[in-house]
Design a protein around this ligand. Structure first.
Ligand SMILES: Cc1ncc(C[n+]2csc(CCOP(=O)(O)OP(=O)(O)O)c2C)c(N)n1
Length: 564
């Protein structure tokens, strides 16, 4: 380590390099200019993506992190730059995405004077970060950055914000970097309790009707193989939360589909029929459980999680297996006896058939001239050999993406789960493509959501990022319209959209595209879209009043599945 003096900004760059940072998403401004000046000298070592809005930087970092498993890095200026990252930081917090966000701040001597572009960033971000810290001197930078990456990454991941005063960026300091490996009283990964492992295995060994509910914790713990080994050894059918999607291939015989409000019929019904419910790296979100008072009351509950705060939060666990999913799943599997539950597993089939006949068949292969969302998504998935990364925005497009895209490899679903942030999709797709440049990245978004961050087409133009943007244009804020139809007497209050010519907008940014409104045009355009690795915007005029079904109404029993 060099002992010669360098500026705080250079120290930040060297700390990033020490943490293995390869990509930074950011946007400059007055209070972060010394950092950008240092970045000028490091641009051949780290790629900086200049976004068009700081919210885009955070969502792009999320997309990057989701597909790579690495910690996303964002730089923004103080004041409005910092407040523009807030939505993304909150999104990363609720979806457990590791991220380090560095915001500029006014010089320390001006703090609390309402100086130009001063905001209380630590105050704003404390409830939505794992750690939020103001750095007031250059000497603190290596320590704070090391700690930031450690906290963001370890245990249940999440965002960290560093509020970096301008004087700290300029001051000289002796650089010495030591990665953080321990913080007193912070136990990111609880040690495995062997007794609990035995208790969990005993419950599963006795089960006649075991059912696994799989969440993102499996992906975050890189435990996909361990999960598969467990499910196969004891022949346990499994279903997925929105963020757990893609942890196991869609066509695996034990994969029974998605849980929750727009999940698969059988998965929701069987939740209240299983005798042992094995929740792995999921947090019993209300979109998954619906009414807690009637949720899986007949079952013994085993809850695997790395975060003790999730245990008994919504659903009381009979056995709580704390620890890293890779290790806990493997430990329990070792004590499992090989088993078969053929009748139980095939009992999902009749529900799958009803759902197929009443919902899926018409959705993916419509008998009417109108294009349907499910049709578009299943055709795009097919055209990519089910190997692409599916990024969604929020709304009907999100639920349809989750239902109809098929997955053959992990880390292939990127979506805003807990926060449900419209505008997430386009920048997240950019980050996903940067993280996985050799994979096809398909974004499905609504005509509403794309307009929340549409300026990121400029980032695609500047960085030449080959994302496939599929705008499912129903001229409505579709999901809200669906609720108005079902629960508000069809009073369509401010949900219809008069839209721009999306293809012309894309063209203005140098992106090729097409607008289609028939099934045949759709087929041709999809083939053209996937024929090369360039960016492409496909606007699909779909039926205006499509519905995402099945649906469990908010707050109803999880078995109250509406097929129409
Ligand atoms: C930032 C933000 N504002 C509002 C909402 C509420 N909301 C959820 S879905 C939705 C409609 C989305 O419409 P569109 O983007 O056209 O997609 P569609 O549902 O038609 O697929 C709205 C307004 C939200 N989730 N996020």
């Amino acid at each position: 380590m060099s002992q010669s003096q360098i500026s705080g900004s250079q120290a930040l760059m060297r700390a990033f390099l020490a943490e293995g940072v390869e990509t930074i998403f950011g946007y400059p401004g007055g209070a972060i200019m010394p950092v950008y000046d240092a970045l000028y000298d490091f641009h051949d070592k780290m790629r900086h993506i200049l976004v068009r809005h700081e919210q885009g930087a955070v969502h792009a970092a999320q997309g990057y992190s989701r597909v790579t498993g690495k910690t996303g890095v964002v730089i923004a200026t103080s004041g409005p730059g910092a407040t523009n990252v807030i939505t993304g930081v909150a999104d990363a917090m609720i979806d457990s995405t590791p991220m380090v966000v560095v915001c500029g701040q006014v010089v320390a001597s001006l703090l609390a004077t309402d100086a130009f572009q001063e905001t209380d960033v630590v105050g704003i971000t404390q409830p939505i970060t794992k750690w939020s810290y103001q750095i007031r001197s250059a000497a603190e930078i290596p320590w704070a950055v090391a700690r930031a990456f450690y906290i963001a990454r370890e245990g249940r991941p999440g965002p960290v914000v560093l509020d970096l005063t301008k004087n700290a960026q300029i001051e000289l300091m002796n650089f010495h970097y030591e990665p953080c490996t321990f913080i007193r009283s912070f136990i990111p990964t609880p040690p495995i309790d062997e007794q609990v492992v035995s208790d969990a295995a005993a419950l599963i060994n006795q089960a006649k009707k075991p059912f696994a509910l799989v969440g993102q914790g499996v992906i975050l713990g890189n435990a996909e193989n361990e999960l598969l080994a467990m499910l196969e050894k004891a022949q346990i059918p499994a279903a997925w939360t929105l963020l757990g999607l893609s942890a196991m291939p869609t066509d695996h015989p034990l994969n029974k589909g998605m849980l929750g409000m727009h999940g698969n019929y059988g998965c929701n019904i069987k939740t209240n029929e299983c005798d042992v419910l094995i929740a792995i790296g999921m947090r019993f979100d209300d979109r998954v459980t619906s009414k807690l008072a009637t949720y899986a009351k007949q079952a013994k509950i085993i809850h695997f999680d790395i975060d003790i705060a999730e245990i008994n939060k919504n659903v009381k666990a009979d056995v709580a297996v704390l620890g890293n999913s890779k290790e806990t799943i493997a430990a329990v599997t070792k004590q499992l006896q090989p088993a078969r539950h053929d009748e139980w597993i095939s009992s999902f089939d009749s529900y799958a058939k009803i759902e197929y006949d009443e919902v899926i068949k018409e959705e993916i292969d419509p008998s009417t001239p109108d294009i349907k969302m499910g049709e578009v998504i299943s055709k795009v998935s097919e055209a990519t050999g089910h190997k692409a990364i599916c990024v969604t925005d929020v709304g009907q497009n999100q639920m349809m993406g989750a239902r109809y895209f098929r997955f053959s490899q992990t880390r292939s679903m990127v979506t805003s789960g807990g926060l449900g942030t419209m505008g997430f999709g386009l920048p997240a797709a950019i980050g996903a493509k940067i993280g996985a440049p050799h994979r096809t990245v398909c974004l499905f978004c609504g005509d509403g959501g794309i307009q929340m961050t549409i300026q990121e087409l400029g980032t695609i133009l500047q960085e030449n990022i080959g994302v496939k943007i599929i705008v499912l244009n129903n001229h409505f804020l579709g999901m809200v319209r669906q609720w108005q139809e079902m629960f508000f007497d069809e009073r369509y209050s401010f949900t219809n959209m008069k839209n721009p010519d999306f293809v012309a907008v894309a063209k203005a940014y140098g992106i090729n595209g097409k607008c289609v409104s028939t099934h045949e045009e759709l087929d041709h355009a999809i083939a053209e879209m996937v024929s090369n690795d360039d960016a492409y915007l496909l606007e699909v005029r779909i039926e205006p009043k499509g519905m995402v079904l099945p649906m469990v109404p908010a707050g109803a029993d999880i078995t109250d599945v509406r097929l129409k």
